[in-house]
Design a protein around this ligand. Structure first.
Ligand code: KG4
Length: 340
């Protein structure tokens, strides 16, 4: 039987990525990250689109070569339609359309958030494959999102809780910036937290109803706390950086886990996954394992390569849509904002 080979393309923010999947098994996943934003302390949209334009052809060529296939073997192209930066999304969308037209193959639009959740279904050669069973809960935490998603099937997702202001990744990054850490700050906070005392400082936690999150209060309390301490001791941050990072990280994890535990209890679900860039956080990963033990959850934590933006997750989402014949029209345009 003819194999289903999907080329996945991801250009929603500042990573240009392409992946090739054969019958749901990953053959290659190439990611070119953009260092150009570092000096600005955040992603500069125009620079991101230009870097995608420079990267997209080499990245796709490399993905096809590493997969050991020819471009003529590809059954369909899946691309991220949104949410993301419009200029960045346009590069991937335009490439996907042109490639599909030139090869006379279908194109498949992919929701970036859905792709993060379905990253748990990427199978790899010679590796155990143990995906979550439906229905499962997925905590999706990234630079732009903090959501609790109830995944009922590959194409049936319900957002049961989400942040009403900042995302968890933003809380990491903005607090890191106040401590003069490089952008994005999340990985630096994680690293420093390992050497600090998580109970050294106490920061405010939100009191929000239901399964929703809020991180803006924490950000403000962190900022004011530092402002007051610096008045007394200008070297306060430098002298307490590891403790600050550990305490901040613990607060963010406590906020995230509290609502997830509530959701799992109320919905009586014991399949619990985590996804998105912040799921690379070592403290959050440990908390997941501990809560799994404590509450009898089956926990699903993605490999590091599938936590941040990557095209393998776009390709697997495309694979499921391909099997259903869920293709899109060449006239379609990207979306900066879209729900899961
Ligand atoms: O999913 P992602 O790559 O991009 C989007 O937001 O679309 O997530 C990036 C976010 C950033 O806020 C970054 O600081 C955070 O993930 N992040 C981390 C860690 N690694 C990445 N946050 C905490 N600890 C980490 N180890």
């Amino acid at each position: 039987m003819k194999k289903t080979i999907i080329l996945g393309i991801e250009t929603s923010c500042d990573d240009t990525s392409a992946a090739v999947l054969e019958d749901g098994v990953l053959l290659s996943n190439v990611i070119a990250s953009q260092s150009v934003h570092q000096e600005f302390g955040g992603v500069v949209p125009e620079l991101a689109s230009r870097a995608h334009q420079a990267n997209i052809i080499p990245v796709i060529n490399t993905a096809i070569n590493r997969a050991g296939i020819s471009k003529n073997d590809i059954s369909a192209v899946a691309f991220t339609r949104g949410p993301g930066l419009l200029g960045s999304l346009l590069v991937g969308t335009s490439f996907a359309k042109s490639f599909a037209l030139s090869q006379n193959i279908p194109i498949i639009e992919v929701n970036h958030l859905q792709a993060h959740v379905l990253a748990h279904f990427i199978a790899e050669k010679n590796e155990e494959f143990n995906p979550p069973k439906f229905p499962f809960l997925c905590l999706l935490v990234s630079g732009g999102n903090s959501q609790i998603i109830l995944a009922k099937n590959y194409d049936d997702f319900e957002v049961i809780g989400q942040t009403i202001d900042d995302a968890a990744g933003e809380a990491f990054d903005k607090c890191a910036k106040v401590m003069n850490l490089p952008y994005p700050g999340g990985p630096f906070v994680d690293k420093l937290a390992k050497e600090g005392n998580a109970d050294a400082f106490v920061f405010s936690k939100p009191n929000i109803a239901g399964f929703d999150y809020s991180f803006s209060g924490l950000k403000t309390s962190f900022l004011y706390f530092l402002r007051d301490r610096i008045k007394e001791n200008p070297d306060f941050i430098e002298q307490n950086k590891a403790d600050l990072c550990a305490s901040l990280q613990k607060t963010i994890i406590d906020i995230l886990m509290k609502k997830l535990i509530l959701a799992a209890q109320q919905l009586k679900i014991n399949q619990v996954a985590v996804a998105g860039g912040v799921s690379a956080n070592s403290g959050l990963r440990t908390a997941f394992l501990e809560m799994g033990e404590k509450f009898g959850w089956q926990v699903y934590i993605p490999k590091f390569a599938f936590t941040t933006d990557n095209a393998a997750m776009v390709a697997i989402t495309g694979h499921f849509k391909y099997l259903k014949g869920d293709f899109c029209d060449i006239s379609l345009t990207p979306f900066a904002r879209v729900e899961i």
